[in-house]
Design a protein around this ligand. Sequence first.
Ligand code: PRE
Length: 359
Amino acid sequence: MADDSQLLPHRNAIDAIDQQILQLMNQRAQHARAIGELKGTGVVYRPEREAQVLQRIKQINTGPLPDESVARLFREIMSECLAVERPLTIAYLGPQGTFTQLAAMKHFGHAAHTVACPTVDESMRLVEARQADYVVAPIENSTEGSVGRTLDLLVNTPLKVCGEVVLRIHHHLLCQHNHMNDLQVVYAHAQALAQCQRWLAKNLPENVRCVAVSSNGEAARLASEQSHAAAIASQAAAEIYQLHKLASNIEDEPNNTTRFLVLGYQDTTPSGTGDKTSLIVSAPNRAGTLHRLIAPFTQAGISLTKFESRPSHTGLWEYVFFIDIEGHHLDANIQAALNELRDVTGFVKVVGSYPMAVI
Ligand SMILES: O=C(O)C(=O)C[C@]1(C(=O)O)C=C[C@@H](O)C=C1
């Protein structure tokens, strides 16, 4: 084993490097402050610039630190620099410890202030009422599909999508005790129950009930108050509510991933790093409708990354379509496709163009 005298030269070098990193981070923050003054009362958060910074860092990284790690570090540096300009408030489906809160931290970093809301509706309303700057809302899960309530809320909101977050979801079974004896009920969000259904069917004692609640954070909070209850929730929730892990990674699909949208009163300019545009389209219920909706994109060579229909809530068997395409709505080929689409459909809403998730 190395003795401390062998470590010393490296530790001295690290001390000197840390001093440089510190000075450089503060210099960076001074530039951010100057940028903030130039922006005045305008929008400080610039998702397209953040995507450029993170993508560039990954591209120029020569290691040995992995690209993902350096991107995460710079995510936090930018978060602190942005807070020097003006701290942001992010609304999310709470309480603390939900995957939505984790997604908000992943996207905005730890300098952002997060505000827990009881429902996704309430989190959107907070931003619509300008009581928070942005909202992060779950939109789809790789195992369970779309989050219908979020899609419905997109139809009427004046907010624009300005970012996306992709989060790997690991579910754990959490409880006050380190055994399943006397377990009567498992609380979880309906999506989590669905994502773990095979594991639950195989491993839960027969008399244990599964009860859907408003969020996984709420499930963990309930389990921390009820000694016969367990929750399906995140590692973060286990720590916040001081629960034991009865079983880890109980999601049925090994790649279980959720995509979240970031919304605010903001249009995002093209990033050059790869943008996406989310659209909502309604069309009369006639033969050939689907073909007419898709044809303008196919002809312009635009990729569709999502196509989903939902009841319109305005007439029986009437639908709205949620379409995500690659590219920015200001791109010439997308503008042309949208104009064509407007000729064949009753309603086209551009919910926003935004950089694809970089980290
Ligand atoms: O470039 C800007 O507009 C900045 O405000 C600087 C900065 C950064 O730290 O790099 C900070 C916040 C923005 O969201 C984007 C980038």
